[in-house]
Design a protein around this ligand. Sequence first.
Ligand code: UFG
Length: 323
Amino acid sequence: MKVFVTGGAGYIGSVTTELLLNKGHDVVVFDSLERGHRSAIDDRATFEQGNLRDKEAICTVMQQTKPDAVLHFAAYALVGESMEDPGMYYRNNVIGGINLADAMQKAEINKIVFSSTCATYGQPDRVPITEDTLQRPENPYGESKLAFEKALRWYQDIHGIQSVFLRYFNACGATEKFGEDHAPETHLIPLILQVALGQREHISIFGEDYETPDGTCLRDYIHIVDLAQAHILALTGDHSGPFNLGTGTGYSVKEVIDMAREVTGHEIPAVIAPRRPGDPPRLVAGNEKAKTILGWKPKLDDLRKIIESAWQWHQEHPNGYED
Ligand code: UFG
């Protein structure tokens, strides 16, 4: 297949591009490089630099490249930033998405796999979270992703563009080539590893008075190679609608820090800090639908393996893609 990957210079897009190419597919990466990294784009991919907010640009590239399907990763993805500037999230994630869907319709491209998020569920009443859980986002980031899911349902009904929404839980880990490098970094695992690399003095634990076994928040950490495999399954089968992508197991912040101490051999000092606004206590995926319908099975669903792969990449790229 020829696959058009928006956001292919970002964390999950770069790894999915790598895996698609390994499987013999052709990949066109479309990325503005506003937040992505040029060196995160696999050399074997064709690169088109552009911004989804530029409708003419995306329509032209889509017409010229005529892919079989689109994987849509490009988005802003910081909850805290979205709480400060919601307009930025609507413009990029919703309007940019609509421009992409219109470009697909014009070029008669009928399949899209969209990177959605567990943030569309907000604070769920129960875990594990299944796909039919009421979606009540608690921040503009989650709301912008939900708005584009809803738009895609109409593009499917009206224009016949088949849409899969992959709702990621906590993406983490690395391949030998590509890893996690956000600026600013806000995610738990890379921040912990920055402490192990001597770049930070300590990791802050945002709250230890939650109603969880050790008082810290539980998250479902899913390796990006497993995420990438799910995209390939979603692309190649006759699928549509939402799928949760997580392992089904939650780890607490303290468990993640303890595992990172074992893997790195560094003491990783931790300091208890106030709760971070908007953090749900528990987010754990119900992943039965992805397993039974997509035939997906997370293979790297072991916290040690996840942290080992991230640690290897961070040791080799202590300054991220700047190296
Ligand atoms: N945490 C800390 N200290 C830190 C950073 C994080 O204790 O320095 C905690 C957080 O409070 C949270 C857990 O570690 O309990 C994981 O935090 P991350 O920031 O790594 O990830 P989030 O769960 O907040 O975010 C993820 C995705 C978002 C998505 C969100 C849905 O990265 O894109 O889940 O809630 F929107």
